[in-house]
Write a protein that binds this ligand. Structure first.
Ligand code: PEP
Ligand code: MG
Length: 513
């Protein structure tokens, strides 16, 4: 079976592999209490809410998890919450809608308060699901297998998170949720790899083999032998070698080894893995699953959090890279053509979204002025695109502006030389560049890391690096192939300035170079 790659937000660190145990609880329970004739009234709902609050009180736990349980029980006992459920019922909604509606409304209110409260809003969803489960009589939870497994679920309630047995659960993948929710805090404290908001998680079937990389937020379904080998060599470097890998100054390299991150929460792990900065900060998680783009303030908070942790080291942030395979309600389509609805093309059709993001980045830099912030655009096709993006970025106050090289059209010597007149650096995205150049499908797992070493692709990469040298501007590589030692050695010989990969792969890579 072909490998599939799902992406979400990584929580904590580490890699795990094992069979999937799939449990989409809330959806099943919802169907149960929404059955025709399932008339559930106010008293039953109140009882279910109280039961869940009592359950939170009785979970045997300590430390961070105990604080979480207490905070959630308080939310559940808030009389305002019950008032909202009542209003929804009196408006004629059935029990499931009344509960979901009330918990969502309460979540929005928390979000509006911002900061700590906003981060707690995600927990309301889990609590609502838990109450629905209670009403459906499913309070016993799933029968977990005896053998170790990777839990795949829609949303993990903090209660379920606190009850998981770390001896049997190898990792957790959820279709919903955020890295800062209470459940995520508990799983991170238990040192289990977790990926939340994994787009496409419902495609995972019972018993399928999974490989979870919490640092990069990637889930590989039925991973290839190549992929397993790549992670095995990274995961098991000999101890003394690992020590060396974690102390870069002891083994100087001619390139910077940077980390690919999807949220500021992963920064700590990246630093522990010896990352000398960030080569690709993907910003999609700020936008996914929302009806409105993240506000200026929310974005500034996330970028400041990221920049502060990296001190004066280089941090390359990529502006939003969405395609219309995963449409978002607040984005206009960009139009026709092969690459029309990807990356910068979408942003140029939504200039307000681009401008807010760039201004938020510039603002973050004024709050963390020591930072070395570079900002780049994905899926740039022409020199005109590069000029347009550079114009937006510089007007917003960004000093170091770059573009990604991800399609063969931009990699031609004439085009790239022209592009370099407008920008300060280039970053080669080998994931997209490889599949677009070879006409393979990235989605169906047709592309392997070794494909980046095919002459058609390598000649483009080499031409781009040469153009960068001629213009005196750095060229980095941030696609997955940068973590493949054989490719990495070739790239270094070609004169690349930095290699950027998932934090968990950095120690192994450093050893091989
Ligand atoms: C790439 O295409 O190589 C890249 C780094 O971008 P993404 O994987 O996010 O498309
Ligand atoms: Mg890409």
């Amino acid at each position: 079976m072909a490998e599939r790659v799902l992406v979400g937000a990584g929580v904590g660190s580490g890699v795990a592999s094992g069979p999937a145990f799939v449990h989409f609880q809330a959806i099943e329970a919802l169907a149960e209490i929404s059955k025709p004739g399932a008339r559930i009234g106010l008293i039953a709902i109140k009882k279910a809410i109280d039961e869940v609050a009592n359950e939170l009180d009785s979970v045997q736990t300590a430390g961070a998890a105990l604080e979480v349980m207490q905070a959630l029980a308080m939310i559940l006992r808030d009389p305002q919450l019950f008032e909202v459920v009542k209003t929804h019922l009196s408006e004629g909604h059935d029990a499931s809608r009344a509960i979901r509606g009330a918990f969502n409304q309460f979540a929005r209110q928390l979000e509006a308060l911002g900061g700590y409260f906003a981060a707690r809003a995600a927990d309301l969803g889990y609590l609502g699901n838990r109450v629905i489960e209670e009403l459906s009589g499913r309070q016993g939870g799933p029968e977990f297998p005896a053998e170790p497994f990777i839990l795949v679920t829609d949303a993990l309630s903090p209660i379920d998170a606190a009850k998981l047995d770390p001896a049997r659960v190898l990792a957790v993948i959820t279709a919903e949720g955020t890295p800062t929710s209470h459940s995520s805090i508990i799983i991170r404290a238990a040192r289990l790899p977790m990926v939340v908001g994994a787009v496409g998680a419902p495609v995972i079937r019972q018993g399928q083999n999974l490989l979870v990389d919490a640092s990069s937020g990637q889930v590989f379904v039925e991973p290839t032998i190549d992929r397993r080998a790549q992670y095995a060599s990274a995961a098991n470097p000999p101890t003394e070698a690992l020590e060396l890998a974690l102390h870069p100054s002891e083994k100087p390299l001619s390139v910077k080894l940077l980390a690919n991150l999807g949220s500021s929460i992963e920064a700590k792990v990246a630093l522990q893995s010896g990352a000398e900065g960030v080569g690709l900060f993907r910003t999609e998680l700020l936008y996914l699953g929302r009806d409105q783009p993240p506000t200026f303030g929310e974005q500034v908070a996330e970028y400041v959090e990221l920049l502060r942790q990296f001190g004066s080291s280089r941090v390359i942030v990529r502006v939003l890279d969405l395609d219309f395979d995963k449409p978002l309600p607040f984005l206009q389509q960009a139009g026709e053509g092969r690459y029309a609805n990807r990356g910068l093309q979408v942003l140029l059709a939504n200039p307000q979204v681009l401008d807010t993001q760039l201004r938020a980045l510039a603002e973050a830099l004024t709050i963390a002025p020591m930072a070395d912030l570079w900002v780049m655009a994905p899926m740039v096709l022409t020199a005109q695109d590069a000029a347009a993006f550079a114009g937006f970025a510089r007007r917003a106050g960004i000093k170091k502006v770059g573009v990604m090289v991800e399609v063969p059209e931009i990699a031609s010597p004439e085009v790239i030389a022209e592009v370099l007149k407008h920008v300060d650096f280039l970053s080669i995205g080998t994931n997209d560049l490889t599949h677009y150049t070879l006409g393979l499908s990235r989605q169906n797992g047709n592309v392997t890391l070794a494909d980046t070493r095919r002459p058609e692709v390598l000649s483009l990469i080499s031409a781009v690096i040469e153009a960068g040298k001629a213009a005196g501007k750095p060229v980095g590589v941030c696609g997955e192939a940068a973590s493949d030692p054989e490719t990495a050695r070739l790239l270094i010989e070609m004169g690349v300035d930095s290699l950027s990969a998932s934090p968990s792969l950095l120690p192994g890579l450093r050893l091989e170079l």
